[in-house]
Write a protein that binds this ligand. Structure first.
Ligand code: SF4
Ligand code: SF4
Length: 384
């Protein structure tokens, strides 16, 4: 039986968040069972790119500030770390992401240390899945005495949902992430890579920022949804099982979580998860929007619905009117499917990883219906 704490928290007020986090940790054994004075504690945030906190795309800096203050008062040395996706001019934008997100300022004001995973060195591990001979992960993950994972509760246009399990993909430094997308183009395969990371890196605690969640076309271009929740636990799969249920998603509908269940990363049956805090069952988010291309029907296996899925299939297309020619998508595409000059996508090469959609800061990579009739129906009836 795994325990997951679900708490109400309506605002990014540091005193309120601290009170909530302290109440939640009591239900997991208290801070004393996780930390002691002098420990180096790494907060692994979700810093997907240079995004402002109001977008709901990143772990909110005031959420991180609350945790830094708690840990600092307990005598810990606090690190804040991640590696953003994408590349411009062959350089991952992690430094810029720390500045734009406000996390660099929080670190400076609260005496925490920024760990830019692209610059801190890497440790080679042998992945359990054998997908590659050696996988390189950010060194601070192994140097910290405790890693606390701070995912965001979001939809994902390719993965459907992203949370505690997927957040560790950011432990792969810089541009190597694209290489894993190329090696593991299907979400189930990417799930194997992510499970390898979880099995290699000891993470003691997972605390999800669901105060401002993201709905629709996440993880960067979706809409903000006021989830007003904090979700905590030591089992990342149990946490995600509960957090996904809040969005009306089952584990089997999220391929990465389904792989994590097969790999026995944690508990994935709601009946075997003890939910405590302000709720004893997953509180549902009313009128929450899932990503268009992975609506519930798209996850079933009937032949009819498979035809429906094919009919409504979407693929990325670059809107030249919105494009600013930054070339983030061109340089991040794992299979070099995007033409640098014309911004045309070679669909014979494209593996539909949706990295371009995820990483474009100007929302210029749109997901378009492939079938003109489906596109027309979408326009007329607003089908998603
Ligand atoms: S589509 Fe977006 S990421 Fe690609 S070049 Fe244009 S602005 Fe940059
Ligand atoms: S074009 Fe976009 S979706 Fe296709 S492989 Fe490249 S990054 Fe992935």
């Amino acid at each position: 039986m795994s325990r997951v704490v679900v708490l109400d928290c309506a605002e990014y007020s540091v005193p309120v968040i601290k009170e909530r986090l302290n109440a939640g940790i009591e239900l997991l054994g208290g801070w004393g069972s996780f930390v002691s004075a002098g420990m180096k504690v790494l907060l692994k945030v979700n810093l997907i790119g240079p995004k402002a906190p109001e977008t709901g795309a990143i772990t909110h800096p005031e959420f991180v500030r609350a945790l830094v203050q708690i840990l600092r008062d307990l005598g810990c040395v606090v690190w804040i770390g991640d590696s953003s996706g994408g590349a411009i001019g062959g350089i991952a934008p992690t430094g810029k992401s720390f500045a734009v997100s406000g996390l660099a300022r929080v670190a400076q004001e609260e005496g925490a240390i920024i760990k830019n995973f692209d610059k801190e060195g890497a440790v080679g591990i042998k992945p359990a899945s054998g997908c590659v001979e050696k996988m390189y992960l950010a060194k601070p993950m192994f140097e910290a005495d405790l890693v606390i994972n701070l995912p965001k509760q979001k939809t994902h246009s390719a993965a459907i949902y992203t949370g505690a399990v997927k957040n560790l993909f950011g432990c792969i430094p810089g541009l190597r992430k694209a290489e894993y997308h190329r090696l593991a183009p299907r979400q189930e395969e990417l799930g194997e890579v992510i499970c390898d990371i979880h099995q290699a890196v000891p993470v003691g605690l997972h605390i999800m920022d669901g105060i401002l969640a993201m709905q629709g076309e996440g993880p960067t271009a979706g809409e903000v949804y006021r989830g007003e929740k904090i979700i905590m636990g030591t089992d990342p799969l149990a946490l995600d099982t509960v957090a996904a249920a809040m969005l009306a998603l089952k584990v089997e509908e999220v391929p990465i979580l389904a792989t994590a269940r097969e790999r026995k990363l944690g508990v994935a049956e709601l009946a075997k998860i003890e939910i405590v805090g302000d709720y004893d069952t997953p509180p549902r988010y009313p009128a929450f929007k899932l990503p268009r291309r992975y609506r519930r029907a798209a996850q079933t296996n009937t032949a009819f619905l498979r035809r429906v899925i094919a009919f409504f299939k979407t693929r990325p297309r670059i809107n030249k009117k919105l494009c600013r020619d930054c070339n983030m998508c061109v340089e991040s595409c794992p299979v070099q499917a995007i033409d640098r000059e014309g911004k045309l996508i070679d669909y014979d090469t494209c593996i539909e990883c949706m990295c371009c959609h995820e990483l474009c800061q100007y929302e210029a990579v749109e997901l378009k219906r492939e079938n003109p009739l489906a596109a027309l129906l979408t326009r007329i009836y607003g089908y998603h």
